[in-house]
Design a protein around this ligand. Structure first.
Ligand SMILES: Cc1cc2nc3c(=O)[nH]c(=O)nc-3n(C[C@H](O)[C@H](O)[C@H](O)COP(=O)(O)OP(=O)(O)OC[C@H]3O[C@@H](n4cnc5c(N)ncnc54)[C@H](O)[C@@H]3O)c2cc1C
Length: 311
C-alpha cells in the first residue's frame, strides 16, 4: 500500500516534547492519541503525538520537526485516511479548529485550510455564489480537498481554486496559483512536495440562490440514495481506473457484501468499504487487498487505493 501524501520519510527522530509544548502550547500537544477519533472510518491505531498548531506557530513547529528529523503527517478531517492498527510513531499535525475561518469578497471566498468544505459551500450559497455546489456533501476540510483535488458530480477543486498558500518543508510560505498546483485526478503538487495547505482563495460566479440550493439538494439526495452514509467509511476506497468504475468492477467480480472481520464491501455501493461492525484497520486493509486481487484476477485491472494509509 502506498503511503499518503504528507508522509515524511525520515527516521522517527527524537522529539523534545517540552520544546514542542513551548512552541504550540502544552494544551495543544496530545500523546498516544486514538486516531479512530479523528478519521471517518472510526478505526485504526494511535498517533504517538497529536499536535494542534495555529497559523502563527505552525512554521516554527515544522522547522523544529525538520531540524530534528521527526516524521510528521498532516491530518484534516480524516475523511480519506486509515491509520494502521499498529499506529503511527511520529507526529500527526492536525489542521482543524484553529484553521477554521472563511470570508467572502465580491465573487471570491478566502478560507483557512481547516474549514469544512460544507461550511464554505453553504457560505457560497448564502452569498448567491455558484461553483461550490459539488463540494457541499464532501466531508473533508479545505486543505484535504486541495491536496486531493476533491471532486463530485462533474465539479472539482481545480475549477474554482485561484490561489493556495502553503508551507514548505523548511517552514517557508509560498503562494501558488492554479496552474502551479498541478491539479489532476485526486492529485496535486501538495502531495508531491509535502507542502502543508494553510489557506486558499476560491473564485466563484454570481448565480441564482434557488438554483444553487436546488443543485445542492439534488446532490445530497443522490448521495443519500446511493452511498452508505449510515456507516463509517472514507468514501470511495479506490481510485477510478481509467476507462472503468471501481464500484462496478467490484460488483461484477461478485464482491458485493463481502466481509472480512468487521469490514464490508458496501451492499449499497460496492466502491465503498465500510466499517460495518467494529472493524479494525487490519480488517479494512485485508479486504482492500482481497478486492484488489479478485478484480485483477477477473479483469486484469489493478485497483489503487484512493484512501491514504498511515503507519
Ligand atoms: C462519505 C464520504 C463521501 C466522500 N465523497 C467524496 C467525493 O464525492 N469526492 C471526493 O473527492 N472525496 C470524497 N470523500 C473523501 C474525502 O472526503 C475527500 O478526499 C476530502 O477532500 C479529504 O479531506 P480531509 O480534510 O478529510 O483530508 P484527510 O483525510 O485528513 O487527509 C487526506 C490527505 O490530505 C492530506 N491533507 C489534509 N489536509 C492537508 C493540509 N492542510 N495540507 C496538506 N495536506 C493535507 C493528508 O495528509 C492526506 O494525505 C468522501 C469521504 C466520505 C467519508
Amino acid at each position: 500500500m502506498p503511503k499518503g501524501s504528507a508522509f515524511k520519510r525520515y527516521n522517527y527522530g527524537m522529539i523534545d516534547i517540552e520544546k514542542i509544548k513551548q512552541i504550540i502550547g502544552m494544551e495543544n500537544v496530545l500523546e498516544n492519541e486514538d486516531m479512530s477519533r479523528h478519521t471517518t472510518f472510526k478505526a485504526g491505531g494511535s498517533a504517538k503525538y497529536f499536535l494542534i498548531p495555529d497559523a502563527d506557530n505552525i512554521g516554527k513547529l515544522i522547522k523544529y520537526l525538520k531540524e530534528n528529523s521527526v516524521s510528521y503527517y498532516i491530518v484534516g478531517n480524516g475523511s480519506n485516511l486509515l491509520v494502521k492498527d499498529t499506529g503511527y510513531n511520529g507526529a500527526v499535525i492536525y489542521i482543524g479548529g484553529e484553521f477554521d475561518k472563511c470570508e467572502v469578497s465580491g465573487n471570491t471566498i478566502k478560507a483557512l485550510a481547516g474549514t469544512k468544505l460544507s461550511k464554505i459551500a453553504s457560505l457560497a450559497y448564502k452569498e448567491g455564489l455558484t461553483g461550490l455546489e459539488f463540494a457541499s456533501g464532501i466531508p473533508g476540510s479545505l486543505g484535504g480537498a486541495v491536496t486531493m483535488n476533491a471532486g463530485a458530480y462533474g465539479g472539482e477543486m481545480s475549477q474554482i481554486l485561484e490561489s493556495v498558500k502553503v508551507l514548505d518543508e523548511n517552514g517557508n510560505i509560498l503562494n501558488l496559483n492554479n496552474s502551479e498546483l498541478k491539479l489532476g485526478y485526486r492529485h496535486s503538487i501538495v502531495m508531491e512536495k509535502h507542502y502543508i495547505v494553510l489557506e486558499s482563495v476560491m473564485r466563484l460566479e454570481h448565480g441564482k440562490k434557488e438554483e444553487i440550493k436546488a443543485a445542492m439538494d439534488d446532490f445530497a439526495r443522490k448521495r443519500k440514495e446511493k452511498q452508505p452514509l449510515e456507516y463509517p467509511s472514507a468514501g470511495s476506497t479506490f481510485k477510478r481506473p481509467e476507462g472503468y468504475f471501481a464500484g462496478k468492477l467490484i460488483m461484477d467480480a461478485g464482491l458485493r457484501g463481502k466481509m472480512i472481520g468487521g469490514a464490508q464491501v458496501s451492499e449499497k455501493h460496492c466502491g465503498f468499504i465500510i466499517n460495518k461492525e467494529n472493524a479494525t484497520a487490519s480488517d479494512i486493509l485485508e479486504l482492500m487487498d482481497y478486492v484488489s486481487d479478485k478484480v485483477f484476477e477477473k479483469y486484469n485491472v489493478r485497483l489503487e487505493p484512493e484512501v491514504k494509509i498511515l503507519g
